[in-house]
Structures are given as structure tokens and as C-alpha cells.
Design a protein around this ligand. Structure first.
Ligand code: TXA
Ligand code: MG
Length: 343
């Protein structure tokens, strides 16, 4: 593969124009969105999409999300927009939500991972929108991490994973949401959540939508079971350490943790647990916020930090499964390869 001198660039008009030139020439550029950084390429150019899979080391049957500057452009790329889909996107988009719809032929199978559908997303992040508009073409973009690693929420994360593999990364600071978009498809007039995110099932129900949840969000799919969202079947978000989720109340967790004495065992917990743990032991405690939204924002950064600190084993407090907590749980249970210890 060609080797690049990867540049971290700003979001000035000049730098965005330079980034758009790369895209027009079939090259890849990583860019910030409100969720995580994306690895962007021209969604209409099959060779660009092939480059995306190659740079990430991603299985080619895992489809890429197509990013637009406005949902009104979607009719150029999808065969039909059911009324429910239109209403859902009118309500929550631009924003961290992706609608899976039947694709038009103009979207190559290299981009859709061989599927006849395509995920359409309109980011609310201004830098992302400016970049997509400047490119003048829809942008295929998975998260800009190496396949299997935690998604990147800063330009530095992207650089650590993809340096030498792409020409440029637009630095837009830390992502506000921190976990990837909610992915949905449509069944009759119902919305089916394939991957939970910042826009929650509760948000959709409150806005008057009927909501279903796909299998595989909180449980492991059977080996021969087909994932509605192909990404769900792959090992994901995994740092080098072996993570185990601890299903217990606070008291039991604290007792369990305080009995462990090991240099390379770490604990991933919410802020509230920290004081309780640190009084009795000097263990390696990593906190990631105090509510579901903060945990979502910090999760991937802290998983990468655990690697940097040389953690071998991590015991993580089980996150709440409500609100954005469901997205945190969905990512963490995969990072833990579904290992849960009940105390
Ligand atoms: O927030 C996000 O969605 C980020 C930013 C960059 O926009 N992108 C992202 O892309 O997370 P990626 O490729 O890492 O994850 C896309 C997920 C995968 O699990 C994939 O299987 C699912 O969306 N997906 C994409 N297109 C689909 C389709 N046509 N049918 C079912 N699932 C689809
Ligand atoms: Mg990803």
C-alpha cells in the first residue's frame, strides 16, 4: 500500500478545500463528526471505498454509511423514502442518526458492502457539513479506527491508528457525543434500532414513533444467525486488555475490587465509584463520567488509555441500559467479548 506522510490539518476554509481535493482525486480524508471521527471517501467511487476497507483492515461485507450535507439530497441515492423514515429524519436529522434505505444503482456495491440498502446520515457537526458540501459528492465514512479497535474521538486517536495510510486528518477537537450514530431501518410504519446511539428509543417513542429493537444489541448473536446490521457480528471496540463486566451492586463491586492486588489489573467505573475504591486501595482506577451521556463521550478515549497504560485485565462496572446507557452497554459488552461476572 502507498505510504503517506499523514498531515493533521485545521478546519480553515483553505484546509477544507485541500481536503476536498483529495476526495475528488479518489483519496481518503479523516474528518470529525459529532459522534466519532469518520474515514471519508467518495461514496460514488468504488475504488475509494475499496481503499477505505484496506486502510481499516475491515471485512468487505460490512457496509459503509453514506454522509450527506442535507437529507433533501437523499432522493438521489435511495429508491424510496417511506413516510416514517422522512418524518424520523425531519425530527432527528441533522444529527447522530443513520437511516437504512433501499439504494439506487448509483451507490456501488463496494460502498454498500454488497447489500441493496444503504445507510444515510447527515451529521450536525458544522465542520463535517462544510467538508461534505465542499466535496460535492456523498461521503462514505466508517469510523476512522483500525477495524476492531475503539472508534476515534480525537484527531490523535485517528493518527495513532492510520498514520501512513491516509494523506490527511481534519482536526475538529474532541467529539461531543463519543459513540457512533443510532442506526435504524424501517418495518411497515415502525422504526427498528439496529445499533443504539445518542438518539435513543425513548427519544423516538416520545416523538410518536413505534420502536423495535433488533436482536444482537445486548445479547450475543448465535454463530449462524444473520445480523441485520453486519457490524454487529464482528468483534469490536476491543483494547488489548481482557475486559470483564461486573454485574453487581456498588458494595459488592467495591469489596471485589479491594481484594485484588495486581499492577496490571484496572477498574473502569463511573466517577461515583472512585472515592469508594481509592480509600481502601491504590489500584488503577479509570473513571469515565457520572451519567450516561458523559460515559458515552469518554468511553472510547478511556479504552484507548487502558492500552496506553499497559492494562492486562480490566473489570468494568456494568453501565445502565436505559437512555444513552444502552449505547454504552452495547459497545462495552463487545469490548468485553460478552464476558460478564455476576457477583
Ligand atoms: O456515527 C457514525 O455512524 C460514524 C460516523 C463517522 O458517521 N460512522 C460509523 O460507521 O460508525 P461504521 O462503518 O463504523 O459503522 C456503521 C454501522 C455498521 O455496524 C454497519 O454494519 C451498519 O452501520 N450499516 C451501515 N450500512 C448498513 C446497511 N445498509 N444495513 C445495515 N446496517 C448497516
Ligand atoms: Mg466502526
Amino acid at each position: 500500500m502507498e505510504s503517506y506522510n499523514t498531515k493533521i490539518i485545521s478546519y480553515s476554509d483553505e484546509d477544507i478545500s485541500a481536503a476536498a481535493e483529495y476526495i475528488k482525486n479518489g483519496e481518503l480524508v479523516a474528518f470529525p463528526t459529532e459522534t466519532v471521527y469518520g474515514l471519508g471517501g467518495d461514496a460514488l467511487n468504488p475504488d475509494s471505498s475499496k481503499k477505505i476497507y484496506k486502510a481499516k483492515g475491515r471485512p468487505s461485507d460490512n457496509p459503509l454509511i453514506v454522509h450527506l450535507a442535507s437529507f433533501s439530497d437523499a432522493e438521489n441515492y435511495v429508491k424510496e423514502i417511506p413516510d416514517t423514515a422522512q418524518r424520523l429524519m425531519d425530527t432527528f436529522s441533522p444529527g447522530p442518526i443513520t437511516a437504512v434505505l433501499p439504494k439506487k444503482d448509483i451507490i456501488p456495491y463496494e460502498t454498500s458492502g454488497g447489500l441493496d440498502t444503504v445507510g444515510i446520515r447527515v451529521p450536525v457537526n458544522e465542520i463535517a457539513r462544510k467538508f461534505i458540501s465542499k466535496c460535492g459528492t456523498p461521503i462514505a465514512a466508517p469510523s476512522a479506527n483500525l477495524s476492531g479497535k475503539p472508534s476515534p474521538t480525537t484527531a490523535k486517536h485517528v493518527y495513532n491508528d492510520l498514520k501512513g495510510k491516509i494523506p490527511a486528518i481534519i482536526d475538529g477537537g474532541a467529539c461531543m457525543v463519543g459513540v457512533e450514530s443510532t442506526v435504524v431501518c424501517f418495518e411497515d410504519d415502525k422504526v427498528k434500532i439496529l445499533r443504539p446511539g445518542f438518539i435513543t428509543g425513548e427519544d423516538m417513542t416520545n416523538a410518536g414513533f413505534e420502536v423495535l429493537y433488533a436482536r444482537g444489541i445486548t445479547e450475543k448473536l448465535d454463530d449462524n444467525e444473520k445480523a441485520l446490521s453486519p457490524g454487529m457480528k464482528y468483534k469490536h471496540y476491543a483494547p488489548k486488555a481482557e475486559i470483564t463486566l461486573i454485574d453487581s451492586d456498588e458494595e459488592k463491586f467495591v469489596k471485589f475490587a479491594n481484594e485484588i492486588k495486581s499492577e496490571d489489573t484496572f477498574f473502569l467505573v463511573s466517577d461515583e465509584y472512585k472515592e469508594k475504591l481509592s480509600e481502601e486501595n491504590t489500584h488503577n482506577i479509570i473513571t469515565y463520567g457520572s451519567d450516561d451521556k458523559e460515559m458515552a463521550k469518554e468511553l472510547f478515549d478511556k479504552l484507548r488509555l487502558l492500552d496506553a497504560l499497559g492494562a492486562k485485565k480490566v473489570y468494568a462496572q456494568i453501565p445502565p441500559k436505559s437512555g444513552v446507557g444502552l449505547a454504552v452497554y452495547n459497545r462495552l459488552i463487545r469490548a468485553a467479548a460478552f464476558r460478564v461476572k455476576v457477583l
